[in-house]
Design a protein. Structure first.
Lengths: 161, 202
């Protein structure tokens, strides 16, 4: 019985990564909901796009650490700024090819200047940037550029406390 | 020696940080420059005749966002050059980092896309640094006033990179129309989302 349960659990876990086609699309309300999350845990929100080479370079670090920190009080969200017209041609093939299982959301509101300030007033519009926050502890930091795996790890440790 | 190297590195990094924070904004005075165009001629803004000002566009051959805006930049030139505001595009990307942005490739791009505006190579990246350009595309609208180049607008061309017909805030056009009507520019600064300029590796 226990064995059967283990098999079922492993099957479910194995299926857990959603098919990439089901990427969640968000607009400003969806973004605000992420940013206002009251949970007492560190949120790591990375803004990226497949058309941005440094974003693509750092993406595996987010993928790796999101697996490592699964269930350990760190929530990763990768907000893609890919063009809505290129979801099927660029974004989804990219996610499939790189076997991305992290939580990717597509920002469909292209009026960047109507929401950049909501993320951080210091954000110049460049990507990648990564926002680290825990609203319950009122901590917040926008990392303004690409990170190495080591830097990402250090930032998580620093802001997780 | 090591110590000296460290200090110079630290100084360079600090200069980098300072640069990142100092960007021309509306009301600032921009400095003119001398850059090579795709025909190999040296061009300064003051050499460009019959111009009341300029639409300076930090640009390149490779960035997908630039490609999205390619036609729109050409349209801006077609519409506003006759009114005294030609486009001047500048590629500041380091070809060692982005081979598709070499001077040779710029020539190819200008021919292939039939650019009617100046397309200049900022080989030392000094112009991008001085302007505080961070991305491509990144637009600076300048106007000659008493022999000086006053910055009127900094930022994006409009508010929909993906689909020109869906853009309902045409920042650059609105700014140019206001300038020509002698009105204040209502939105003089926006964030330009695009590809980061490929800086030389230190």
């Amino acid at each position: 019985m226990k064995y059967l349960l283990a098999v079922i659990v492993s099957l479910i876990v194995g299926m857990a990564p959603l098919p990439a086609q089901e990427i969640e699309r968000i607009g400003i309300p969806g973004l605000e909901k992420i940013l206002a999350s009251p949970d007492d845990q560190l949120h790591v929100v990375n803004f990226w796009a497949t058309w941005c080479p440094p974003c693509v370079t750092e993406l595996p670090h987010f993928e790796k650490l999101s697996r490592e920190y699964q269930g350990k009080g760190v929530k990763f969200i990768l907000v893609s700024l890919d063009f809505p017209s290129q979801i099927d041609s660029k974004l989804i093939p990219f996610l499939k090819k790189n076997k991305v299982t992290a939580d990717v959301r597509l920002m469909t509101d292209l009026d960047y200047n109507s929401w950049i300030d909501k993320v951080d007033k210091n954000w110049q519009g460049n990507i990648p940037v990564t926002l680290f926050f825990n609203n319950a502890r009122k901590s917040r930091y926008l990392h303004p550029s690409e990170v190495t795996e080591k830097e990402l790890r250090e930032l998580i440790i620093k802001y997780k406390q | 020696m090591k110590k000296y190297l460290f200090i110079s590195l630290a100084a360079l990094m600090m200069a980098g940080l300072l640069n990142a924070q100092s960007q021309y904004k509306a009301g600032d005075i921009a400095s003119d420059f001398k850059l090579k165009n795709v025909k190999g001629e040296t061009v300064s803004l003051s050499d460009i005749k019959d111009a009341d000002g300029f639409i300076v566009a930090f640009w390149c051959n490779t960035c997908p966002v630039v490609k999205k805006y390619d036609l729109r930049l050409q349209e801006l030139h077609a519409r506003y050059a006759p009114k005294g505001y030609p486009v001047v595009a500048i590629n500041s990307n380091d070809p060692a980092v982005s081979p598709g942005d070499s001077f040779e490739k710029m020539k190819e791009t200008a021919v292939k896309l039939n650019y009617k505006f100046e397309y200049l190579f900022d080989e030392t990246q000094e112009v991008a640094r001085r302007f505080g350009a961070t991305n491509t595309p990144h637009i600076y609208i300048l106007t000659w006033k008493d022999g000086r180049l006053v910055v009127d607008y900094v930022g994006a061309i409009d508010n929909n990179a993906d689909d020109a017909s869906a853009a309902d805030k045409k920042y650059a056009e609105d700014a140019l129309n206001s300038i020509m009507n002698g009105q204040a520019v209502a939105v003089a600064g926006t964030r330009a989302v695009g590809c980061g300029i490929k800086w030389k590796k230190v």
